[in-house]
Design a protein around this ligand. Structure first.
Ligand SMILES: [Zn+2]
Length: 251
C-alpha cells in the first residue's frame, strides 16, 4: 500500500458500520476517489466539519490496489466556506455541484483544471450570486468528460448553425431535414446555444460579466440535468431541493 497526500473537496459522506464513514473526494492529484475513515464518528463534533460536502481539506490516504475504497489516515480542514454556508440558496447550489461531480466524474482520473475551477467557483460563490457560477462549472464538467451534446452542427448531416431540436440519445442537435418523427427532441434556441458556447469557451470572470437572463440560466441548468438524468438514469437530491425551494422551476 502506498501513501499519498493531496488537496480535496468533500463530495459526499455516508455512514459505515457503527463509527466509520466512507467519503467521496474530488482530489487535486488523483481525481475522484473514495476513502474509509475508521472510528471517526466516535470522536466529538469538531471532526465532522471535515466530512461535510464542499469542505476543502487536505487528506492523507493509503492507496488500496484491489479495492476502489482506500483507507483515510488523516483529514485536515483547509477551508469550510462559512460565509457560503450562511445562505441556503448558495448551500443548495454548492451541494448540487458536489452531487453532480460525484455522479458523473469517473474514479481516479486526475483533472487539475476542473479541480481549480471548482475551487474558484466555490470561492466566488461566497460573494456573488450562485446560479451563474453553477452554470459555468456544470457546463465545463460535462464538456470535460466528453458528455456534452454537440450544439454547433447537425449530428447527422453536419449542417452548421442550426437552432431547433436536440436529441439526447444521439448526443447533439438535429436539423429539420434529418429529424425523424418517431424520436424525442428537446427544443433549444440559438440564444441558448450561443450563451453555452460563450460560458464554456471563456474564463469564468468573463462568463460572470455576460448579460444572461435568469430564465436562460435556468434553461442551462435544466439542459445539464436532463443530460445527466438521461445518461445515468438517476435523480440528484440537491437538484430536487433547488426545485422545491423554487430556485429552478419544474422540468
Ligand atoms: Zn441534418
Amino acid at each position: 500500500m502506498s501513501i499519498h497526500k493531496t488537496r480535496a473537496f468533500v463530495l459526499r459522506s455516508i455512514k459505515f458500520r457503527e463509527t466509520s464513514l466512507i467519503t467521496s473526494f474530488f482530489t487535486e492529484e488523483f481525481g475522484k476517489l473514495k476513502a474509509l475513515s475508521k472510528g471517526v464518528r466516535k470522536e466529538k463534533s469538531t471532526l465532522t466539519a471535515h466530512y461535510e460536502p464542499f469542505a476543502e481539506v487536505e487528506i492523507v490516504f493509503y492507496e488500496k490496489i484491489k479495492s476502489d475504497i482506500h483507507f483515510l489516515s488523516e483529514c485536515f480542514l483547509v477551508y469550510f466556506f462559512s460565509k457560503l454556508r450562511r445562505d441556503f440558496e448558495k448551500i443548495g447550489w454548492a451541494s448540487y455541484l458536489m452531487e453532480l461531480v460525484d455522479a458523473v466524474l469517473p474514479l481516479h482520473e486526475k483533472n487539475t483544471v476542473l479541480f481549480e475551477l471548482l475551487s474558484e467557483v466555490l470561492r466566488r460563490m461566497e460573494d456573488n450570486p450562485p446560479s451563474r457560477l453553477a452554470c459555468i462549472f456544470e457546463l465545463r464538467l460535462l464538456r470535460d468528460i466528453g458528455f456534452f451534446p454537440r450544439l454547433e452542427s447537425c449530428i447527422r448531416c453536419g449542417k452548421q448553425e442550426i437552432a431547433g431540436t436536440l436529441n439526447l440519445a444521439d448526443g447533439g442537435m438535429v436539423c429539420a431535414a434529418c429529424r425523424r418523427y418517431s424520436e424525442d427532441y428537446l427544443p433549444v434556441s440559438m440564444g441558448l446555444i450561443k450563451t453555452i458556447q460563450y460560458l464554456v469557451e471563456n474564463e469564468s470572470v468573463k462568463g460572470m460579466q455576460l448579460n444572461v437572463s435568469r430564465e436562460m440560466e435556468e434553461e442551462i441548468h435544466r439542459l445539464v440535468y436532463r443530460c445527466v438524468r438521461f445518461r445515468y438514469e438517476r435523480e440528484l437530491f440537491a437538484f430536487r431541493f433547488l426545485r422545491e425551494v423554487d430556485l429552478i422551476r419544474q422540468l
